[in-house]
Design a protein. Structure first.
Length: 237
C-alpha cells in the first residue's frame, strides 16, 4: 500500500471538518492567513530554487567548456578560428551576467529563507493539531507563533532589499564619478611609493687659501738674429 504524502493543507481542511465548533475568527486565520502564507512560501521557494539551480548549471557548463575550446584556437583555419574566439568571449559574458543576477536577486538566500519559514509554519501547525504543547483551545498561542515566523521572514526580506539598494547606489555613485572624470579629462594617478630620504652629505673640511700667482719678471728684449746676408760698405770719401 502506497503511503500518502504529507500535505499540511489537506490536514488543515480535515481539522476544520472534524471541528465544526472552531471559532469563526480562528477558521478565517487558518484558511486565509496561515494557509495562504504557507502556500506562498512553498511556491516562492520552489521558484527561486529552480532559478538558482538553472543558473548554476549554466555557469558550471560554460566554465568547463571554455578551457576545452581554448585548446582548439590556432589549430583551425579562418573563419572557424575567429568563431571560437567569439564563442569564448560570449561564454565569459554569460557567466558574468548570471553571477551578477545571482548576486543581485539573491536567489539562493530567498530559496532557503522561504523554505525555512514554510517548514516552521508546518511544524507549528502539526504541533497544534496533535496537541503537542498546545491544548484544543490554544488559538491565540498558535496565532502568536505563526505571526512571529512571518514577521521574522519579513524582516529578513527587508534587510536583503536594503543591502541590494545600498550596493546599487554605491555602483551608481562610482559610475557617476567615473563619467565626470572622463568628461573633464581628469586622471588620478596612484601616489608614488615612499622612498627613503638620503642622509645629508658631511660638511667639507676647511682648506687653506690658494697661493696667489707670482708677478711677471721683466726680461730684456731679445737680440734680433744675425742675418746671413753680407754687409756692403759704401765708398770712402
Amino acid at each position: 500500500m502506497a503511503k500518502e504524502p504529507y500535505d499540511p493543507l489537506q490536514m488543515l481542511k480535515t481539522y476544520l471538518n472534524d471541528n465544526p465548533s472552531t471559532p469563526s475568527f480562528f477558521k478565517n486565520f487558518l484558511q486565509n492567513r496561515l494557509g495562504d502564507q504557507l502556500t506562498w512560501y512553498e511556491e516562492r521557494s520552489g521558484f527561486y530554487k529552480k532559478r538558482w539551480q538553472n543558473s548554476r548549471k549554466w555557469v558550471i557548463v560554460l566554465s568547463a567548456t571554455i578551457p576545452f575550446v581554448v585548446g582548439y584556437i590556432g589549430t583551425v583555419e579562418e573563419p572557424y578560428n575567429s568563431c571560437l574566439k567569439f564563442a569564448i568571449g560570449f561564454a565569459g559574458v554569460v557567466i558574468a551576467v548570471l553571477e551578477g543576477f545571482n548576486s543581485l536577486f539573491k536567489s539562493q538566500d530567498l530559496y532557503i529563507d522561504y523554505r525555512v519559514s514554510a517548514e516552521q509554519i508546518k511544524q507549528e501547525l502539526s504541533y497544534f493539531i496533535g496537541q503537542a504543547g498546545y491544548t484544543a483551545t490554544d488559538f491565540s498561542l498558535l496565532v502568536t507563533k505563526v505571526e512571529a515566523i512571518i514577521a521574522k521572514e519579513n524582516n529578513q526580506w527587508s534587510e536583503l532589499v536594503r543591502r541590494n539598494e545600498d550596493a546599487s547606489n554605491s555602483e551608481k555613485i562610482q559610475e557617476m564619478v567615473k563619467e565626470y572624470l572622463e568628461k573633464n579629462n581628469i586622471k588620478i594617478e596612484a601616489p608614488a611609493p615612499d622612498t627613503e630620504v638620503a642622509p645629508p652629505a658631511p660638511p667639507v673640511a676647511d682648506t687653506p687659501p690658494a697661493t696667489p700667482p707670482a708677478p711677471p719678471v721683466d726680461t730684456p728684449p731679445a737680440t734680433p738674429p744675425a742675418s746671413d746676408e753680407p754687409i756692403v760698405e759704401g765708398p770712402v770719401g
